[in-house]
Ligand binder design. Structure first.
Ligand SMILES: [Zn+2]
Length: 284
């Protein structure tokens, strides 16, 4: 079974992605928490184009993938977990945790370093959040992310099947976290004990810098809690939360070509400090 899953990893990943995307799209359509500013067709076309360009760049520039790295490290017995000789299941679970931690760190670096923020801004200047925002990343940021993933898989010696499962969970989390839906308060609170929810991630897209620089997690909320970057509630309240970056409000920045060229804009190379008011809204 494991051999089959790994041999057919593209089929597994793509199959789960398509099913999840369609299911999430139906969920959004029936819920539609916030009024759309732009048509779904325009946004999907723009974001799928960006994702396709990213995939092409990764294929052309990076000769290996995470699973081939995991298979190589396993065959040579290299990497922290392979060296540990822990039982398979323990290695598997620790591998999932290590992968998620690595992605948390890479996201913090995207916000901390100016040369990385210039690419990550493409994701953050979106003025509305919905399913396809989870595909909206600059190709160079995507290549950087793949590079970090390969390093993490190699360094920790993550098992190939754990890599496949995490890659699937990662793409599902990206879609889920950006959904334009509103969960029931109790559900939101219960889920946030474990996983990143739309209610938690939308605070990361707030235009207040203290909120933009919080809630970095992808799958698990534990890293944000542990490293004290967890933000449970926006001061604006969910309804009034403003998405995007103040310096890129002009609609011209949203076109595909301008998203690709945005990193060449040498202005605003740090998250612009916008102080938030003191009033504190009630948590869930
Ligand atoms: Zn971010």
């Amino acid at each position: 079974m494991e051999q089959w899953l790994i041999a057919n990893q593209y089929l597994c990943r793509f199959g789960v992605f398509i099913v999840a995307f369609l299911a999430f799209a139906l969920w959004e359509k029936s819920s539609n928490w916030r009024q759309r500013l732009t048509s779904r067709r325009t946004r999907w076309l723009r974001h799928f184009s960006l994702a396709a360009i990213s995939k092409l760049c990764i294929r052309l520039v990076i000769p290996i993938i995470t699973i081939s790295t995991a298979i190589l490290m396993q065959s040579k017995g290299l990497g922290l977990l392979h060296q540990s000789h822990l039982p398979y299941l323990t290695q598997f679970m620790l591998g999932l945790l290590a992968f998620d931690l690595a992605l948390y760190v890479q996201h913090r670096m995207l916000h901390k370093y100016r040369w990385l923020w210039r690419f990550h801004r493409v994701h953050h200047i979106d003025k509305e959040l919905e399913l396809s925002t989870g595909l909206r990343f600059h190709p160079i940021e995507e290549m950087y992310t793949v590079g970090i993933k390969i390093l993490a898989v190699g360094f920790f010696g993550i098992l190939p099947l754990a890599v496949l499962l995490y890659e699937i969970l990662y793409s599902l989390s990206l879609l889920f976290a950006h959904l334009n839906i509103r969960l029931h308060n109790k559900t939101e609170k219960a889920l946030q004990r474990l996983i990143v929810t739309p209610g938690m991630h939308r605070i990361h897209h707030s235009d207040y810098s203290e909120e933009t620089n919080s809630n970095y997690g992808f799958c698990l909320t534990w890293w944000d809690r542990f490293f004290k970057t967890y933000n449970e509630v926006s001061v604006s309240g969910e309804r009034k939360l403003v998405f995007g970056l103040e310096e890129y409000r002009d609609p011209k920045y949203q076109s595909l070509i301008n998203l690709l060229l945005l990193p060449l804009d040498l202005r605003y190379l740090r998250v612009k400090h916008i102080k938030r008011p003191k009033t504190k809204m009630k948590a869930y």
